[in-house]
Design a protein around this ligand. Structure first.
Ligand code: MRU
Length: 356
């Protein structure tokens, strides 16, 4: 048996000082810095700049952000407070478009606000704080449950390939795709994890390799274009990835490059699993065609991370931040309520019905 894995908390509330505390994921692995954010503009910027990133962590940060923004309001009536809330909500919703958890968390905060109708302003503010704390606490349990279901599909000693970072720092705790790795580590499974570096922002190299190494997991970093060779060499028995939005038919948006990994996995007959909290499943999107894919600045491709630019000046670039993996390439979608298999448009809605 391994030791309990110690994990870092990437999003915290310091209510006394009206501060959101975020692990700055842009400076890892070289520095471990916690940012102290007080203004909603700083929260917006932290989400946009990927200082906080990963769908569930973005949702948690937005929930705390909307609470802190509303807490500052000088409104004296419920109605006036609601108006201020709406401004903060709308502003934070414009930070990133693809991860549905952002909108899910903001809507959930609004639902709570509506439930408090008629109460005085300080009671409503307290309720918003409670809701944001609930979103964080529930995410921890959800990730653990995803991890248990995912672990039931894996065998000791397996090679697991993952893309981007769907780990503990992308969630409240454990992560989604990395949750079974942590739980397996605690139970003495001997997984060999292969982490795609994940161009252009290197979440695999900077974050996944870092957090798994810290937890004592056997992790090997590869460049994205090496996924095929490790699969061909028989080093990979399963692929596990996270997601930013799952459509009703199972089409899944995740970090750019994920769909290529799924195509490779199909070719090599390796199961490809998506780990998805139900907050990431968007039944209003019928297919992946309905998912808005974020485009990001060129410098992420041409010059970021390099001492000198590594592309000719003014070269045209195309930098979509996510891609959509076709549902036909997905072996199973692992949620906190169980594992959905094709046809996903029948099995995914049922996962919501079994909500505990
Ligand atoms: O642009 P990012 O780093 O926020 O993209 C994150 C991902 O694609 C993750 O795989 C996804 O959000 C799941 S995190 C549990």
């Amino acid at each position: 048996m391994g030791n309990p894995v110690e994990v870092i908390q990437s999003v915290k509330l310091d209510d006394e000082n009206s501060t959101l505390i975020l692990l700055d994921q842009t400076v890892l692995p070289n520095e471990t810095i916690f940012l102290e954010l007080k203004e909603m503009e700083d929260v917006w910027d932290a989400i946009y700049q990927l200082k906080v990133r990963g769908a569930p962590a973005i949702g948690i940060a937005a929930a705390y952000g909307v609470y802190l923004g509303t807490k500052k309001s000088n409104a004296e009536t419920y109605e006036a407070l609601y108006e201020d809330f709406k401004k903060v909500k709308e502003y934070l919703a414009s930070s990133r478009p693809t991860a549905v958890n952002l909108f899910w968390a903001l809507n959930r905060m609004e639902d709570r606000l509506k439930k408090e109708a008629g109460k005085n302003v300080s009671e409503v503010k307290a309720a918003l704080k409670e809701e944001a704390e609930l979103i964080r606490a529930e995410d921890e349990k959800i990730c653990e449950s995803i991890g248990q279901y995912a672990l039931s599909l894996l065998e000791t000693g397996w090679g697991i390939l993952t893309h981007c970072n769907a780990g503990t720092i992308a969630t409240a705790k454990y992560g989604t795709a990395l949750a079974p790795i942590y739980l397996g580590q605690e139970k003495g499974y001997d997984f060999k994890v292969y982490a795609d570096e994940t161009r252009p922002l290197l979440q695999g190299a900077r974050l996944t390799a870092w957090e798994l190494q810290q937890a004592g997991v056997d992790v090997t970093l590869i460049c994205d274009n090496m996924a095929s060779i490790v699969m061909k060499e028989g080093k990979i028995q399963a692929v596990l990835v996270g997601c930013d939005r799952v459509a009703e038919n199972g089409d899944t948006a995740n970090k750019i490059g994920t769909s290529g990994v799924a195509i490779l996995a199909k070719h090599y007959n390796i199961p490809f699993y998506v780990c998805a909290p139900l907050s990431t499943v968007d039944l209003e999107c019928k297919t992946g065609e309905d998912i808005h894919i974020e485009l990001r600045p060129s410098e992420e491709i041409t010059s970021k991370w390099y001492e000198k630019p590594m592309a000719p000046k003014d070269v045209k670039t195309y930098n979509p931040c996510f891609d959509v993996t076709d549902h036909s390439l997905i072996t199973g979608i692992i949620t906190e309520n169980g594992i959905a298999y094709a046809p996903f448009n029948e099995t995914l809605p049922k996962m919501f019905q079994s909500n505990k």
